[in-house]
Ligand binder design. Sequence first.
Ligand code: 5GP
Length: 215
Amino acid sequence: MDKRGKLLIISGFSGVGKGTVVKGLLDMYKNYAISVSATTRKPREGEIDGKSYFFKTVDEFKTMIDKNEFLEYAQYVNNYYGTPKAYVEQQLSKGNNVILEIEVVGACNVKKIYSDAVMIFIVPPNAKELCDRLTFRGTEATDVIRERLTRAVDEADDVEKYDYVVVNDTIENCVDTINDIANDNSAVMERCKISANLPFIKVIKNDLKNILKGE
Ligand code: 5GP
């Protein structure tokens, strides 16, 4: 029987470039599959239903919950997001590594079900870069940017629940590092393991707080 794939949970502060990193993994390496989530958030410009997300009304989303169609779901800044179950199982049994790009609550819920899932948190090289990226992305209003930065400060406390921290300095480096972790490269795993990176997370958290205070 073919080897089962790995479940890779990829999280990170809003604006850190998770989407681009995930796309890079899919483009550069063969044996990855991305789980497309359902959400009640409105589509951003350029997002395609069924590809970026399955865009749902709140009622449709609640029906999916009732039918037990989600592996996990969570609320994030006033919208629901959830991972449809069937596709994940199908891809894992085909031997593909399945990427879940989800936030921390969902990530921890998935880990309870799949204890061997690998939890990776992507961080920016520094706090200012995150702030600049959210601002220049131009997809969110100023108050939403503040909400997302505030949420990032809270999320910094949850990073310790993850297995690895990967810095998104360049997309190529970040993609290769994640692929190395997925392939059990012990030197990379050692460098990225959570305990080695908590002091850095603390610095980012403090800097984000100062940015929000306008300092
Ligand atoms: P965005 O609105 O920027 O696309 O996503 C907001 C947050 O929701 C991100 O942190 C993203 O990783 C997370 N997210 C996307 N899909 C899911 C999902 O299926 N489940 C959970 N728990 N979080 C998700």
